[in-house]
Design a protein around this ligand. Structure first.
Ligand code: SF4
Ligand code: SF4
Length: 72
């Protein structure tokens, strides 16, 4: 039997909160973040690589990162 799991992933970065500390860039094991003009961004194909460890969201000192996963 094959069990197929569909899931969607969205990571939101609130740039009004982001202070450009670089923690997410340093902590993501897959290097999916980068900083530009003191704000954090995700690489374009982050959904293909992110394994939803939540290290980024729990480590952001200002709570600017929300990882939204939806498993169906
Ligand atoms: S959840 Fe983990 S793998 Fe995904 S972007 Fe955050 S730190 Fe990187
Ligand atoms: S950890 Fe949070 S505050 Fe620091 S650069 Fe990343 S999103 Fe911005």
């Amino acid at each position: 039997m094959v069990v197929k799991i569909n899931f969607s992933l969205e990571i939101h970065i609130d740039h009004d909160k982001c202070i450009g500390c670089g923690t997410c860039e340093r902590i993501c094991p897959l290097e999916l973040y980068y900083l530009k003009d003191k704000k954090a961004y995700l690489v374009e194909n982050y959904r293909d690589n992110c394994f939803i460890c939540h290290a980024c969201s729990v480590s952001c000192p200002v709570g600017a990162i929300v990882v939204e996963e939806d498993v169906r």
